[in-house]
Design a protein around this ligand. Structure first.
Ligand code: GDP
Ligand code: MG
Length: 776
């Protein structure tokens, strides 16, 4: 029987995961291993994906993926006995047990004994939502975002904290379930650990979900780095009545285990104490090896011997870790090993070992290793007397809410109601502070122009800087309100549900449920939205999402809409005209993403294994911080690029080939407008409109202010005006967005593609609409 055939409320036991490659690996790493019990909990409103419970946590899977998991109703005879944790049998390989760990002491600044006791660089590693950022914030008072949606921390944040004279350099890394090279985050974290060699790693573990969280721990143990585990959410652990003997567990794993609750700061002192101990002692707990069964261990051993022939390998990596990764067919490690002089011998040894593992265990080496790790964890937890309590169901409230929010009939209406409230509040409520700021900017302009002496400087300040920047700052309230909602949704756990509900529709566009969130954020500002695509594991879905993001009408385009609709349409029609623009943007993005996914970026989709964490009521502090962080990002963008662009646009309109221009027409920008005029004949744009579009390349906010400066829109038809709005909606997003795409994709290629193709689409759509409109 397949998992997809399981009815809601039914339970079954996993027998085998079919399929291959990244899909399989991901599924198994998330805990879908032989012998595990799984329960079907809930269907999404469109009946796909489905929420399952496994290993005491909840996860969503698409039906097509659940179909690749073989299950049976009866419990299996106890699955292959968990390898003993004492594991002496395998530990006598002359492995890296005694190899000193990579240590950064001496790299620098504060030599020990002078001033501070020392600088300890501490990296926070752990699953998404386990509380890394909470610890980071608690310890440092830093302003990193706290979220309840996988991958909210998209970059490493750094802060300092002082503890007993030590300077802790804390690095908040993105959340990962594993350290295979599966998602950009996993690669990032792995690279960070290897390249930056943090002195100590704090592995934050969600104690209420111990079994799966320890999987990552076993991989850190493989890497042979100094690890201290924080058993976080210990409050939830206790409330549920879970029990485990921490003494036994830390001996078995060879890693200190400190119970913590970062919400209240409980255990942080003890944790830091343990970090200092790990840092100071070269022989704290003994370093253990996770036993993988003799077939795998023999393979690792052979590979290790070959690796050791290269002197400098072990300064960077634990050879055991490299051996394991090679047997897991890890591409980036293969690449690294590929440069070694005896690479062919190593790869041959790996292939030979994999072959033998296949013969002896009837499983590929990758699966055998994953199974062994989970077997080890299970064995260790059993020995430590781990027992999940029943005092309180962490998911009780969550189940009630989810039942409603994913309801077959009510799910979507509620979802759209939430979106509607969000946008209404943003734009209606935001109007008031917006008007105040607007009045303030106007007053400032008048004040400056009344007090400063006539001249170029005054013109630049009033018409360039104040007008340009002012037209942007007025949007700050709306941006803040929008991000307040988004923060709340992220921090509470609702964002993951949005992805769950939307996945089926997004999947049809060749996208992933997770693409929906960045797209929604795009209505605020495309720049952070592009950054938010990092949560999407599949590079392909991620690229497509970035490519269609510019069609989400960001709030910078709003003033142009308001201005133009105000001039050319009756009040009754204005909301419809505005709405139609948003809708056109969405329709174009659907078409374009279909084209991209069918013809340009073809390929396999990654599985939709997404954790659905229990709802947690976000703290006010976290929301306030998170919202402000976003607002700051917006202001930074404004302060930099838009200021420069405003001044350039002003200068282009102020000067001509012979000094100060007497009219805009003869200025540089006037010439530019005339130069491109022939390109926009089909749209019926006049040169003033062309000029404003050129100016808008810097930032779309500037389009409105340029039109304000130039005038010349009184003699165009409403049809042309509408086509102009369409063009503004669809063309080149803005320099900041293009730069963001370049940064996220790592090359100018996709940034250029985005810049050019959006403009081509804009040209085509506006031309077609104008020509058809003329016929009517
Ligand atoms: P990260 O993804 O690992 O950075 O996790 P966050 O720090 O963003 O935390 C995720 C959620 O868990 C937030 O809603 C936190 O308020 C909450 N949280 C963090 N630590 C604890 C804890 O010890 N107990 C409880 N009950 N909640 C916590
Ligand atoms: Mg975080």
């Amino acid at each position: 029987m397949r998992l997809s055939e399981l009815h809601t409320g039914e339970r079954a036991v996993i027998q085998k995961v079919l399929g291959h490659g990244g899909f399989r690996k991901r599924i198994v790493e998330m805990g879908f291993i032989r012998g595990q019990e799984v329960e079907a909990l809930l269907n999404a409103p469109l009946q796909d994906p489905v929420k399952y419970r496994i290993m005491n946590y909840e996860v969503s899977l698409r039906r097509e993926e659940a179909q690749l998991i073989e299950v049976t109703h009866q419990t299996l005879p106890d699955s292959p006995p968990a390898p003993s944790c004492e594991g002496g049998e395998y530990n006598d390989h002359p492995a890296d047990v005694t190899t000193p760990l990579p240590h950064r002491k001496g790299q620098g600044e504060s030599p020990e004994g002078v001033g501070l006791a020392g600088l300890i660089s501490v990296a926070l590693v752990g699953n998404p939502n386990c509380g890394k950022t909470s610890l980071f914030n608690y310890a440092s008072g830093a302003h990193a975002r706290v979220g309840n949606y996988s991958g909210v921390t998209v970059d490493a944040a750094e802060a300092h904290a002082e503890f007993e004279g030590y300077d802790f350099q804390l690095i908040d890394l993105p959340g990962t379930y594993s350290l295979s090279a599966y998602s950009p985050e996993e690669l990032y974290v792995r690279k960070y650990i290897v390249d930056q060699t943090p002195d100590v790693i704090i592995n934050v573990i969600d104690a209420s979900n111990l079994e799966r969280n320890l999987y990552l721990t076993t991989q850190l143990i493989d890497m042979n780095v100094r690890v201290v585990c924080a058993l976080n959410m210990y409050d939830e652990f206790e409330r549920r009545g879970d029990t485990v003997d921490l003494q036994v567990l830390q001996t078995l794993l060879g890693v200190p285990m400190i119970p913590t609750s970062f919400k209240t700061g409980r255990g942080v002192k003890e944790l830091f104490r343990a970090v200092v101990d790990a840092f100071e002692s070269d022989h704290g707990l003994r370093h253990i090896h996770i036993p993988h069964g003799h077939e795998v261990e023999d393979g690792i051993h052979t590979i290790q011997q070959l690796l050791r022939q290269n002197a400098d390998v072990s300064t960077h990596y634990s050879t055991r870790y490299l051996g394991i990764k090679l047997l897991e067919n890890d591409k980036s490690i293969e690449q690294y090993v590929g440069q070694l002089p005896n690479a062919t011998a190593i790869i041959a040894a790996r292939d030979h070992a994999a072959q033998r593992i296949m013969e002896e265990t009837a499983e590929d080496s990758e699966t055998t290793i994953m199974d062994a790790k989970y077997g080890f964890i299970r064995g260790a937890l059993a020995e430590a007397g781990y027992d999940v309590g029943t005092k309180e169901d962490t998911y009780r409230v969550t189940h009630r809410i989810d039942h409603l929010l994913s309801h077959r009939w009510f799910g979507f209406p509620i979802f759209f109601l939430i979106l509607f409230v969000m946008f209404m509040t943003t734009f209606v409520l935001g109007q008031y502070p917006m008007d105040w700021i607007d009045a303030g900017v106007e007053w400032l302009g008048e004040f400056v122009s009344g007090t400063m002496p006539e001249g170029m400087l005054k013109d630049m300040i009033v018409d360039g800087i104040i007008a340009g920047v002012g037209s942007v700052i007025v949007f700050l309230p709306q941006i803040l309100i929008l991000y307040f909602f988004i923060s709340f949704m992220e921090d509470s756990g609702y964002m993951a549900r949005a992805a769950f509900i939307m996945d089926k529709l997004m999947h049809r566009m060749g996208l992933h449920g997770k693409s929906f969130i960045p797209l929604i954020m795009g209505f605020g500002c495309n720049v952070p939205a592009v950054m938010a695509t990092r949560t999407i594991e599949s590079r392909r879905s991620r690229l497509i999402t970035m490519m269609i993001l510019p069609f989400m009408s960001c709030s910078a385009r709003l003033p142009i809409y308001i201005m133009i609709t105000g001039l050319f349409f009756e009040p009754m029609w204005r909301p419809f005209v505005m709405m139609s623009l948003y809708v056109v943007g969405i329709i174009v993005s659907v078409i374009v993403s279909n084209i991209f996914s069918r013809f340009i970026l073809r390929g396999e989709d990654t599985p939709f294994v997404m954790e659905l964490p229990p709802y947690r009521w976000p703290t006010r502090k976290a929301i306030a911080r998170h919202t402000w962080e976003k607002g700051k990002e917006y202001l930074k963008k404004m302060g930099g690029i838009i200021l420069v662009a405003s001044i350039i646009v002003w200068a282009l309109g102020y000067f001509s080939t012979n000094g100060i221009a007497t009219s805009i027409e003869e200025s540089f920008i006037g010439h530019m407008g005339r130069f491109v005029e022939p390109l926009f004949v089909l749209q019926g744009f006049n040169w003033q409109l062309d000029v404003s579009l050129i100016a808008g390349v810097g930032a779309k906010e500037i389009v409105a202010s340029t039109i304000g400066v130039l005038g010349g829109i009184d003699n165009i038809t409403p049809l042309t005006a509408y086509c102009y709005l369409l063009f503004v909606l669809l063309y080149f997003p803005c320099i900041a967005t293009i730069v963001a795409i370049k940064n996220e994709t790592g090359s100018w290629r996709w940034a250029l593609v985005a810049a050019l193709y959006t403009t081509a689409v804009a040209w085509l759509v506006s031309a077609v609409v104008h020509q058809i409109g003329l016929l009517l």
